[in-house]
Design a protein around this ligand. Structure first.
Ligand code: SAM
Length: 185
């Protein structure tokens, strides 16, 4: 499937996704703390430069695993460099996906999608594929930005997810973003 590249956040803008001000506004430990425990299998799609990835790696510890996926090799290289510079032994696997296929295997406890769903070219096939990757009691946390994504677009996305077998479990608050926690039907 063709992909409208204008929708995808370019690697050159990754600095705006990974800085101290963002860490203060969107603290990864606070956002992810309620969902990620030691030993979990976590899938992060659209990891970008890895703003959340390192914290997830620390939270699952060595007994768990984080698979961080992105469409752009340049983003994955930034995460790789961050892991290297940290000197920490984190169980993080990096995977370059296709725009219309995630292409990983496994069964995950938690899937994290931060500011990415609106960039996907085909949400229907995406959620169908995700359904085979989530454990029956697994959870998906979706956070979408306030400006790029209208209330209508967000609700349409929920309908598409519903058709793939997902139900709304919670609506966590993260002003001004649009947020939902999904589980399997
Ligand atoms: C706005 S950035 C957000 C990055 C990260 N989640 C964060 O919050 O810092 C969106 C990311 O999604 C990635 N992306 C876009 N389309 C994708 C697709 N079809 N599959 C996987 N990743 C994709 C982009 O390459 C980019 O790194």
């Amino acid at each position: 499937m063709s992909h409208d590249k204008t929708r995808v956040c370019p690697v050159e803008r990754s600095g705006s996704l990974d800085n101290r001000i963002r860490r203060w506004l969107q603290n990864p430990q606070k956002i992810l703390g309620p969902y990620i425990m030691e030993g979990m299998e976590v899938l992060e799609i659209g990891c970008g430069p890895g703003f959340f990835t390192m914290d997830m790696g620390r939270m699952v510890r060595k007994s768990g695993r984080v698979v961080a996926v992105d469409l752009q090799e340049g983003m994955l290289q930034k995460v790789k460099e961050k892991i290297r510079l940290s000197g920490e032994e984190l169980n993080i696997e990096l995977h370059k996906c296709e725009s219309d296929r995630i292409g990983v295997s496994g069964e995950f406890d938690f899937v994290f999608l931060f500011y990415v769903v609106h960039e996907l070219p085909d949400q229907e096939s995406f959620f169908r594929e995700l359904s085979s990757l989530l454990k029956n009691d697994g959870r998906i946390l979706i956070v979408e930005p306030p400006m790029h994504v209208s209330k209508q677009a967000f609700n349409e996305m929920l309908e598409i997810a519903g058709k793939a077998g997902f139900v709304v479990v919670d609506r966590p608050k993260m002003f001004p973003n649009k947020v939902v926690l999904l589980g399997k039907n």
